[in-house]
Write a protein that binds this ligand. Structure first.
Ligand SMILES: Cc1cc2nc3c(=O)[nH]c(=O)nc-3n(C[C@@H](O)[C@H](O)[C@H](O)COP(=O)(O)OP(=O)(O)OC[C@H]3O[C@@H](n4cnc5c(N)ncnc54)[C@H](O)[C@@H]3O)c2cc1C
Length: 303
């Protein structure tokens, strides 16, 4: 199928985009990478009257601000996957970005688009929630910062107003004894996840856990941040396999995923427990890796 007729405007700043969205009303949509919006238009699930193309704004560089990385909204998934600064300072983000679709999709799709689109099976919202990332949103009254966890509401639904745009995303960088892991199961390598888990841990010098954060994708109507009480047993403890398994089981038991064509809800819940245990174990194993051990090269995948 082809998209219904639409009108098209290019803007060279996010301020202009906000103005255009406001003037054109609720039938206007921003287009960034087009990797979700265009397929939806072709299927006529979306029929915007106006497309506001923000690509002339450009992405600009990913900046290291010490405690956080600043990713402009138009940063492509491929840039996140490949950037040395991301691999070294926030490696979970690069690891997750490598799972997004195929290389053609990653070359066009953007971090701002992924968060604004809010697909519950998308990798970047899941990792953003686990990291406690902050999203800068621009509207008619200026900019506001919103936690990724507060941006996401439900299937393809966020707290963005129709005339607001995502401008940048700030992701906390890895601590000196921080470990990370992003694991997912999908039916084929370039498919959306059936279930994915993002896990972050911090250890003290004695190897006890001082902080942990886990988010799960594909199991609810949005990326699910595991409540702190489900991870509480980790704090102050030596992260042994049996403890990690118990914590992952407890968190997964809170889930009530629905059946769909890809998997039953019960299968997803089991998968969340297994991937949760493995992700926590990998995060623990990676905690304290030196900078020289980080920033591995891309896998050169060309699918
Ligand atoms: C074959 C294929 C496989 C894919 N596989 C995956 C996958 O495995 N995992 C995954 O996560 N995604 C996958 N995707 C979709 C993903 O790649 C998109 O990049 C992403 O969801 C949206 O980013 P985009 O820049 O393309 O957004 P667009 O398609 O341009 O826009 C998507 C939505 O976000 C809004 N939007 C975009 N940018 C902004 C902004 N700055 N401010 C406010 N609103 C904005 C648009 O108005 C629209 O509603 C796949 C896509 C394809 C075509």
């Amino acid at each position: 199928m082809v998209a219904a007729p639409f009108r098209y405007e290019r803007v060279s700043s996010f301020e202009e985009a906000v103005r255009a969205l406001h003037e054109r009303g609720e039938d206007a949509k921003v287009i960034a990478g087009g990797q979700s919006l265009v397929p939806m238009m072709n299927l006529r699930i979306a029929r915007p009257e106006w497309l506001i193309d923000v690509n002339p704004v450009g992405a600009g560089p990913i900046e290291d601000h010490g405690g956080y990385l600043r990713l402009p909204a138009l940063t492509r998934h491929r840039a996140i996957e490949e950037a040395e600064v991301v691999r070294r300072r926030c490696p979970i983000l690069a690891e997750a970005a490598a799972h997004v679709g195929n290389v053609r999709t990653r070359t066009r799709g953007t971090v701002g688009g992924s968060l604004a689109h809010a697909d519950p099976a998308a990798e970047l919202p899941c990792v953003a929630v686990a990291l406690g990332a902050e999203v800068t949103v621009l509207g008619r009254d200026g900019a506001r910062a919103v936690a990724a966890d507060d941006l996401l509401v439900s299937y393809l639904t966020t707290t963005l107003a129709p005339d607001e745009v995502v401008v940048e995303v700030r992701v906390p960088t890895l601590g000196p004894r921080g470990g990370w892991s992003f694991l997912e199961m999908s039916r084929r390598s370039s498919d959306w996840m059936v279930v994915g888990v993002a896990a972050l841990v911090e250890l003290d010098a004695a190897g006890a856990v001082t902080a942990a954060s886990v988010a799960v994708g594909g199991v609810a109507e949005r990326a699910w941040l595991v409540p702190a009480e489900a991870l509480a047993d980790l704090l102050g403890a030596a992260p042994e396999e049996a403890l990690l398994a118990r914590v992952a089981e407890r968190a997964a038991a809170m889930l009530r995923p629905e059946d769909d064509v890809q998997a039953s809800g019960e299968y997803r819940r089991r998968l969340a427990a297994v991937l949760g245990r493995r992700a926590l174990a990998q995060a623990v194993a990676r905690a304290g890796l030196s900078e020289a051990e980080l920033a591995p090269r891309g896998n050169g995948e060309q699918t």
